[in-house]
Design a binder for this molecule. Structure first.
Ligand code: ZN
Length: 385
């Protein structure tokens, strides 16, 4: 069977890459530019640095600073109203996945109209969109590379995705210097999200040789560099490598998709407000222990790729990776599920609801084990608790 591998990205990578921004905007013949960011990016001076790099004698600049973690439909609609009023024809997203996902969604509405939920699912954006330039400030989501916008519908308390190749940013400006100020707990959570992308896409039931190549190389880069970036945020070599790994893994997982970790994580974020990276990290080792029963060969390939000691006994070795992931999660002080939850604390009474909701999630279709039941997810949540 023939495999597909879609890549569209145009990347400028390196320190001070942001100085290219005005030239890039000129290339897109931009007139009215919307810069989308959040408070955190503003507080550390990155938003101002990006804004200062735009030549305002050539472009009318509109700022939208309403981005929040786990962005909602309301956040997108507010941005769309402003974009419409200001006749925005080009978008610049500055920040982590939340900012880039928000800009992608506003762009869909600015170019296609309607309600953002009309575009839920895969390939439902009919008309072309305006140019979008992504400037990531974390090394984690790979939203700068992917065709995905993940949003929260506050009405049904559900995280959902709009996936369409038209959403892939037209230009990525990666300046590793922008990740220097990211605090250790965010470096850990976003980096473990990136590791989850590598692992889940490697074992996805629609992975292929090209996606696997990207997933495996990215896993090696993350395994070597994440502990360094976590221990010392000023280790710019490690920071740069993490950012590079996110581009590599983005090519992999936007083609191979993800799995059960993301299905559970989306539910945890929608109902309890967990940051995306924390939500993944809490369950990642236990889901991989669970999946290892279906794909021992792939688990051992990943363990070998990152140089874990193996015994030669498949029944033992298939768990080497999940054990290593658990060690990393603990070393980087990711709190167990019982201590997570931004809106309300999670209790064992919530497990059945979380499991039911996770089973309805899109990424479930790509998990190697398709025999997953509510009870099995509850067992995973108990271990993570
Ligand atoms: Zn993710």
């Amino acid at each position: 069977m023939a495999n597909e591998f879609f890549v569209k990205s145009d990347v400028t990578f390196g320190r001070n890459a942001v100085e290219e921004l005005s030239r890039v905007l000129e290339g897109f013949k931009a007139k009215n530019v919307m810069v989308v960011y959040d408070n955190g990016v503003k507080a550390v001076g990155i938003a101002d640095k990006v804004l200062a790099s735009i030549d305002t004698s050539k472009f009318h600049v509109v700022e939208y600073d309403g981005v929040i973690p786990n962005p909602t439909n309301e956040v997108v609609e507010k941005g769309y109203a402003l974009a419409k009023k200001e006749k925005v024809d080009t978008f610049v997203a500055v920040g982590g996945g939340s900012s880039i996902d928000t800009a992608k969604a506003i762009n869909v509405l600015a170019s296609n109209g309607g309600d953002i939920m009309d575009y839920e699912g895969i390939g439902n954006v009919p008309k072309g969109v305006f140019p979008l330039i992504a400037i990531p400030t974390t090394a984690g989501t790979s939203s700068e590379i992917t065709n995905v916008s993940a949003l929260v519908d506050t009405q049904t308390v559900r995280k959902y995705v709009v996936i369409d190749n038209k959403l892939v940013p037209d230009k990525v400006i990666c300046d590793p210097e922008f990740t220097r100020t990211v605090p250790p707990f965010v470096t850990a959570a976003t980096g473990l999200d990136a590791i989850t992308h590598a692992v889940e896409s490697y074992i996805s039931n629609c992975s292929n040789a090209l996606t696997k190549y990207n997933s495996l190389r990215a896993l090696q880069i993350f395994h070597e560099n994440l502990p360094k970036a976590y221990a010392n945020g000023d280790d710019m070599e490690a920071r740069e490598n993490m950012m590079l790994g996110c581009i590599i893994v983005g090519f992999g997982f936007s083609n191979a998709n993800l799995g059960l970790v993301h299905a559970i994580a989306h539910t945890l974020s929608a109902h309890f407000g967990l940051a995306h990276g924390d939500a993944n990290a809490t369950v990642l080792p236990y889901v991989m222990e669970f999946n290892a029963q279906k794909c021992p060969k792939e688990m051992i390939e990943m363990a070998q790729a990152i140089g874990l000691p193996l015994s030669g006994n498949e029944d033992e070795d298939k768990y080497a990776l999940s054990k290593e992931l658990l060690r990393m999660v603990k070393d980087m002080n990711i709190k167990p599920l019982r201590e997570q939850g931004r809106n309300t604390k999670i209790t064992e009474d919530d497990f059945s609801m979380i499991a039911k909701e996770a089973l309805k999630e899109g990424p479930m279709h790509f998990n190697p084990r398709q025999d997953v039941t509510e009870e099995m997810i509850v067992e995973i949540l108990k271990k993570a608790f």
